[in-house]
Ligand binder design. Structure first.
Ligand code: URA
Length: 241
């Protein structure tokens, strides 16, 4: 469902007139909603559902651009609609944004962490296109350990199962305990299941994967399943990378 707003606000959002002047247009009988002339102030319309005309011309809100960060949990698909009816990341926005957002790139069903959503196609293109080399940082929990040789190979670049050779990755060992090793890895490519396949290429298995940063934009302490607007600083930084 779209956002519901007062008619004069809707007209102002279309860039046709100020709210005050929109009231005058309504008084003058120039405004119709779904083909019916409006003769009183105060009626409400639903953005995206109701058709508003001013002087016989359909008017539409100038679409605002939204930039959102979500902490995606495991068990959600990074698409707008899933062919198998699984929950999607859009479901987590709770219908609060009056625009059609889409995820910027993807995280696997079984990966959690930082996912950006927007309705700005240029922005999404910039972040996901390999030529822009935007760093993405992940925390990976591996089953067992990882050899020094494996780490060195990942730092140089490894050949994946499809023949693709990855660029050098930055890797930092974070922790080793009870049969698991936790590492931080930064890459700028975005091949399908790339981090998991990179570790597979050196004989390690990722059992948990979380993305914690895109460029200098960090997930921080945003709770799992919650979202927030990016700050203007974060937006301009990502746009100008
Ligand atoms: N690499 C993966 O293996 N999975 C993701 O979701 C993202 C990067």
């Amino acid at each position: 469902m779209g956002e519901i707003v007062r008619l004069q606000k809707y007209i102002a959002m279309c860039g046709v007139a100020s709210r005050r002047n929109a009231e005058t247009l309504i008084d003058e009988g120039k405004v119709c909603v779904n083909g019916q002339k409006v003769s009183e102030q105060g009626i409400k319309v639903e953005i995206g559902a109701d058709t508003v005309t001013v002087d016989g011309k359909t008017v539409k809100p100038i679409s605002k651009q939204y930039y959102i960060m979500l902490n995606k949990p495991v068990g959600y698909v990074s698409t707008v609609k899933d062919q198998f009816e699984r929950p999607t990341v859009i479901d987590l926005l709770g219908g609060e944004i009056p625009a059609r957002l889409f995820p910027v790139g993807r995280l696997d069903y079984d990966t959690e962490g930082l996912l950006l959503l927007t309705n700005d196609g240029d922005f999404a293109y910039k972040i996901t296109h390999p030529k822009h080399k935007v760093d993405k940082t992940y925390i990976a929990v591996l089953k067992g350990g990882i050899s020094i040789k494996g780490l060195a190979q990942l730092r140089r670049g490894v050949r994946l199962d499809d023949g693709f050779v990855t660029s050098p990755a930055e890797i930092e060992m974070l922790n080793t305990d009870a049969g698991h090793t936790t590492v931080k890895i930064t890459i700028h490519e975005g091949k399908n299941r790339q981090v998991r396949r990179m570790f597979e290429a050196v004989g390690s298995k990722v059992v948990e994967l979380q993305r914690v940063a895109i460029g200098r934009t960090e997930l921080g302490n945003l709770p799992l399943g919650r979202w927030r607007y990016l700050t203007s600083h974060e937006i301009s930084f990502l746009k100008n990378m």
